[in-house]
Design a protein. Sequence first.
Length: 480
Amino acid sequence: NEYKSYLSKQVEMVIVREMIVIILIAGVFHFVSASKPNIVFIMSDDQGFNTVGFRDSEVVTPNIDAMAKKGVILDTHYVMPQCSPTRATLLTGRYPIRTGFWYKNLHPGKRFGIPLNEVTMANMLQKNGYRTHAVGKWHCGFFTYDYTPVKRGFDTFLGQYIGQLDHFQYTSKNAIDIRYNYLDDNNEVVDEILYDAQGTYSTDLYTGQAVKIIKEHDSDKAPLFLYLAYSAPHYPLQVPKGYFNEFIPKNDTNFIRRKRYRAMVSAMDQGIGQVVQALEDNKMMENTVLVFISDNGALSNANNAPFRGQKKSFFEGGVRSIAVVSSPLMEMTDYTNYHLHHVVDWYATFKYLAGDTSQPTNTLDGVNIWDSISKNISVRNEVLINMRDPEKFFANVSYLFALRQDKWKLIDGRPEGKTNGTWLFDISTDVTEEHNLAKQHPDIVKRMRERSAFYKDGVVKIEKTKKFKPFTNKVFMPQE
C-alpha cells in the first residue's frame, strides 16, 4: 500500500509538472503572438495626392481622415510612377532596379514577375508566425502559379492577377480574372474562379473579404498580416449609383469623369471604415499598425495638386503618394511628418516590428522608418526614384536617373514626354518643380550624378521573352 501510495504521488507530480510546462508554453506563445503587432496594409490604385478629404474638403473620405487624425500623415512618401513597380518594391523591400521592374508596368502575357529568388514581405512575416492574407489587385506576375500570391508567402488570396478589369464583371477582353487561391496538402495552388462574384462591385467584394478575414482571425494564436490592395479608383471609372448620388457635392460642376473618380474614392473610404470597425470589434486595433497609401499618382481626371506631373511621370505628381499610418503603438500622433520615406521602406519596418533580427537573404534597399513615424525622427536622406539603363534592356530605351537627396531632386536623362535634359529642383521651396536650378548648382548635379554609378551596378538586365496567351476558355490563367 505504501508503495502504491508512493507511485500515485509520483504520477501526480509528473502530471502537475507537465501541466505547468503546458501552461508556461501557452503563456509564452500568447505573449509572442500578442507582442507582435497585427499589420494591415491598404493600397489604393491611381489615387492622386490631393484626392483625399484632409487635403480637399470636396473629397468625402471621413475614414481615411480619421486615420490621419489618430495617426500621422507622411507628406513625403515616394512610390514608383506605375502600379507593378510599386507593388514589387513594397513586397521585396528592394528597388525595381534589382527585380527587373525598372522599365514599366507588367502587362498580361509577359513571362515575368517578382523573381523567385526574392523573399517577399509575406514570406518573411509568415516565417515570423504571421497569418498572411492578400486581397485585391496582385499585378506582380502570373505566367506560372509559382509567381502568384499563395506561392509567394500568402496563406490565401482573393482578387485579380492582372492590373485592369471591369469593376463589376472582372473581365478584360471578355476573359474573367477574379479568384480565390490557397495551397492544398500537396502544396499545389487551388484556383477557384469566382463567377458568382460578377455583378458585385470590386471595392465591396474586397472589403467583404478583408472584414471576413479579420472577424475569423484569432490573435491568441498568431498575429495577422493583411494586404488589401483595392483596384479603385483605377480606370474604368465605375461606381454603384448609390455612391455616385450620395458623395458628389451638389455644387460640383466639373466633368462627369471627375465626379465618378471622387465617388470611387469615397466608396473605397467606406470600405476602409468597415475594415477599421472589424478590427475594433475583434479587439485587435490596440495591437495593430494600419497603413494606407496610393500606388502612384493619378491621371488627369484626378487631383495631384500642388505637384507637376501625373501617373507615369517622374515629377512629384507621379511618384509622391498619399500615405497615412495609424496605430495606438505610436508615440506621436495627430501630426504631419515631413521626413523622407519610400515604399521600399515598409519591408524593413515590418521586419523590425515582427522582431526579426535575422540577416535578409537579399540586401534590402529600404530602411526601418518606425522611429521616423512614431517619434518624428529623420532616418534617411536619399531615395532612388528610378533608373533606366539602355545597356540592360533588349530594345531601345532612353536613359533616366532620378534621385531625391535631402531637399534636392535630380532628374537626368529623358523622363516621359520630355527630351533629354537635366533638371535639378529644390523641393523644399519648389514643390511644383517649376525652377530648374541645374545650371546654378553644377556642384550638386555632379554630386548626385556620382550616385548613379552605385545604382547602375545594381540594375538587372531585362531579357526578351516570348509572350504567352494569358487566358484560356475566357479565363485568365497561368501556364502550368
